[in-house]
Design a protein around this ligand. Structure first.
Ligand SMILES: [Zn+2]
Length: 229
């Protein structure tokens, strides 16, 4: 199983080319795109043949995870290509604006949903953010969990118990209080689950956690990088 980081920043990108949240998880010939924040579409176009994209997961509806879905629709129209979008159901005008499009086949998920796509099995766990956000657990040759955006909560522990690697929203500086985990959460989790790898993502444009995570074993996500799990 492989994880490619298209964009790692939130809630906006970084001067000089940093993009907000977007990832590809590949297992054998199957792959799924996780979130499509600003700038991620052009990187996605460099990584994969767009007509081969069948599955996209959207963790929550904040702009830094969804904005490129809007321009993606122009490309899908041009290519006459339709993709499956997996996300939770929400009764909001933004949900309708984002997903109501003939080239999007929306499949709603919740914590009871299990989806099999080729060699991968997808499951979902509710997290704790300012809006509804589900983590996705992808089982293939290995198991990867992507938390989306979240504070620490008990379901984060389930992600760690089940996974070989957790791509976690845990890159805010020490002492940060907001709707995301910080590096203290990351370090505590890495000690509690030494067998589980952590890639720390959702980084702020003005703070790179790399130096503070040195020696902890936690990987600071790098854009345009592929990690083998
Ligand atoms: Zn975010």
């Amino acid at each position: 199983m492989e994880l490619t980081v298209l964009g790692k920043y939130g809630p906006y990108g970084k001067a000089g080319g940093g993009c907000s949240s977007g990832y590809i998880v590949k297992n054998g010939d199957d792959f799924i795109v996780l979130d499509m924040g600003c700038g991620t579409l052009s990187r996605l176009m460099s990584e994969v043949d767009i007509t081969k994209i069948k599955h996209i997961y959207i963790s929550h509806l904040h702009y830094d995870h969804t904005s490129d879905l809007l321009v993606f629709r122009y490309l899908l129209e041009e290519l006459s290509h339709t993709v499956n979008i997996y996300t939770h159901r929400e009764d909001s005008s933004w949900y309708n604006i984002l997903f109501n499009h003939p080239n999007f086949n929306v499949i709603n998920i919740d914590e009871n949903t299990v989806i099999n796509i080729g060699s991968m099995e997808l499951g979902f766990l509710p997290m704790k953010h300012t809006v509804t956000n589900y983590a996705i657990i992808i089982k293939g040759d290995k198991t990867l969990c992507y938390t989306g955006d979240t504070l620490f909560n008990d379901n984060v522990l389930k992600c760690f118990e089940e996974s070989d690697l957790v791509l976690a929203d845990c890159s805010k500086p020490r002492g940060f209080h907001g709707p995301h985990m910080n590096i203290e959460d990351a370090i505590r989790l890495s000690k509690q689950y030494p067998e589980t790898k952590i890639i720390a993502t959702h980084q702020s444009a003005d703070y790179n956690p790399k130096d503070d995570l040195a020696g902890t074993g936690i990987i600071s996500a790098e854009e345009k990088t592929t990690y083998t799990i």
